[in-house]
Design a protein around this ligand. Structure first.
Ligand SMILES: Cc1cc2nc3c(=O)[nH]c(=O)nc-3n(C[C@H](O)[C@H](O)[C@H](O)COP(=O)(O)OP(=O)(O)OC[C@H]3O[C@@H](n4cnc5c(N)ncnc54)[C@H](O)[C@@H]3O)c2cc1C
Length: 478
């Protein structure tokens, strides 16, 4: 098969997501000639939910994480990456995490006195705010959860989001239908000088040639190659590691993949809460964050409710669907210590995981806490995230009992936050990149995305990903 040669660049950036979007912006503004390769296409706002998930997610929907239960991992394949299909929550890095990383790695960006300033700059560029007009109307599910938590004197925080003009369409996960999200394609990749953007272009191999790099990629059916002085891999949580492994450029990539676990609880209330009129993630319960548990609502659409109830018996399924105006979906997010593996089998990404000593117990505690809170908030019945045709409970005690008797393989969870598959560190045997994001043993080959975080953080990660990269690029003196 012939390979078409392309121009020569200062940098080839692979992936236009949260990390790649910021990288290309800063490189381009510093006068570098950049080629940006993105596997996905431009986001189309007129697609159905299922079509959008098929088009804009890696592997056509989910990456399977094979373990005690098969945990679907969702990540982007679209111009703008995760910022197009995520909830747009942008948190500052939790203080506890930052202090831990600064102490572990005093020579890293995490110990820099300029961290908070860089973080503020990023939040401002993305238009992040915790007081949106859309928080005032609809969102009854969030409000009743927050009230119940406040009555129990728990810490409840308004959620900071990168949106402007949100109309509570409930479609964050399949891409915003009215363009309210301030995603990186709109904020960082627009109108850049010196930059060539190539969508539907998948890099499959990176190779050294003298002092240059060759990046092989496929665009449509055509094989192409780009020459570059430097390469930045920003292909996301699993794909940066896969690309390094396939190119035989790292032996450790993909060996320490960290992720958060999400469990859904569906709650039916006596009164109508009209979730389709808005179920934004306006409030987050952070009372148990140090124990690795966060609680919040989840976006609501009827197809999402139906797929979440699919394991129930037909009668119970119909009962809940028939009461959809009274029903909302809530999430408990757990921060496990599990180290998973990222691998590629027959060209498809697969991860492998096992429970660690504590994460199963933390998962059960998180589900129990949220169940109790939902009954305190007035729920009549809950569907628990347990593989059973009747995982329905009508009281806190019933929930506790069912959760206590749940086996490790019977939980039903998923994940959308992956990190650390190419973690940075000070030791080439336990990390993949150094504190400048440079792949150990290589010159001018970098990874800059979620995969370089030293560990998982227990909160939505894009604020931390962006600030880490902003600070590393400052170290490059661009
Ligand atoms: C449904 C959902 C909701 C989420 N909600 C939030 C939230 O509210 N707040 C938050 O902080 N985080 C959220 N996240 C997580 C967040 O989006 C990710 O952590 C973040 O996008 C990771 O950034 P990244 O740069 O590592 O990769 P991504 O943003 O995933 O970008 C990687 C890009 O690289 C491209 N790519 C991969 N391989 C190749 C290749 N070989 N060649 C060319 N291109 C390639 C992909 O197509 C993709 O566009 C959510 C994620 C999902 C899926």
């Amino acid at each position: 098969m012939t390979t078409k040669q392309s121009d020569h660049y200062d940098y080839v950036v692979i992936g236009s997501g949260v990390g790649g979007g910021l990288v290309v912006n800063r490189l381009s503004k510093a006068g570098q000639k950049v080629l940006l390769l993105e596997s996905g296409g431009e986001f189309q706002s007129d697609q159905t939910v299922s079509r959008s998930i098929f088009s804009n997610y890696w592997n056509g929907g989910i990456v399977p994480m094979i373990g005690p239960f098969i945990c679907p991992f969702g990540q982007a394949k679209v111009f703008g990456g995760g910022s197009v299909i995520n909830g747009a929550l942008v948190w500052r890095t939790p203080k506890k995490v930052l202090n831990k990383w600064a102490a572990l790695f005093p020579e890293s960006v995490y110990a820099s006195p300029n961290w908070a300033e860089a973080e503020s700059r990023i939040l401002e560029e993305l238009g992040v705010s915790a007081s949106h007009a859309s928080y005032q109307h609809g969102n009854i599910a969030s409000k009743i959860l927050a009230k119940a938590a406040e009555r129990a004197q728990m810490e409840v925080v308004k959620v900071p989001r990168a949106t402007s003009g949100c109309v509570n369409a409930n479609r964050c996960g399949s891409g915003c239908v009215n363009g309210a999200k301030n995603s990186v394609d709109k904020v960082f990749i627009k109108d850049l000088p010196n930059t060539t953007v190539s969508t539907r272009s998948t890099a499959f191999k990176i190779k050294k040639s003298g002092s240059k790099w060759l990046v092989y990629y496929r665009q449509g059916g055509v094989r192409k190659v780009a020459w570059s002085n430097s390469v930045v891999i920003s292909a996301g949580a699993t794909e940066s590691a896969n690309l390094l492994r396939k190119s035989k450029l790292s032996k450790t990539a993909g060996d320490q993949f960290k992720f958060h676990l999400n469990y859904k609880i569906i709650a039916k209330f006596k009164d109508k809460i009209n979730p389709e009129k808005g179920t934004m993630l306006t409030d987050q319960i952070q009372e148990f964050m140090d124990e690795g548990v966060l609680m919040m609502t989840s976006n609501f659409t009827l197809p999402y409710l139906a797929s979440s109830l699919a394991h129930l018996s037909p009668n119970k399924f119909n009962e809940f669907i028939g009461k959809s105006e009274h029903t909302a979906i809530f999430t408990v997010m757990v921060h496990p210590e599990i180290k998973a593996l990222v691998r590629s089998l027959c060209g498809q990404t697969v991860c492998f995981w096992k429970w660690d000593d504590t994460s199963f117990e933390t998962s059960k505690q998180g589900i129990t806490l949220l169940s109790k809170l939902l009954f305190d908030a007035g729920a009549e019945e809950l569907v628990l995230p347990i593989k059973k045709s009747n995982s329905i409970v009508g009281s806190s005690m019933g929930a506790e009992e069912m959760i206590n008797h749940t086996r490790q393989k019977d939980l039903v969870g998923s994940s959308v936050h992956g990190m650390s598959a190419c973690r940075m560190g000070n030791n080439p045997t336990t990390s993949v990149v150094d504190f400048d994001g440079r792949v150990w043993g290589e010159k001018n080959l970098y990874v800059l995305d979620s995969s370089i975080l030293p560990d998982s953080i227990g909160e939505s990660p894009q604020g931390t990903i962006l600030t880490t990269i902003e600070m590393i690029l400052k170290r490059w003196n661009l």
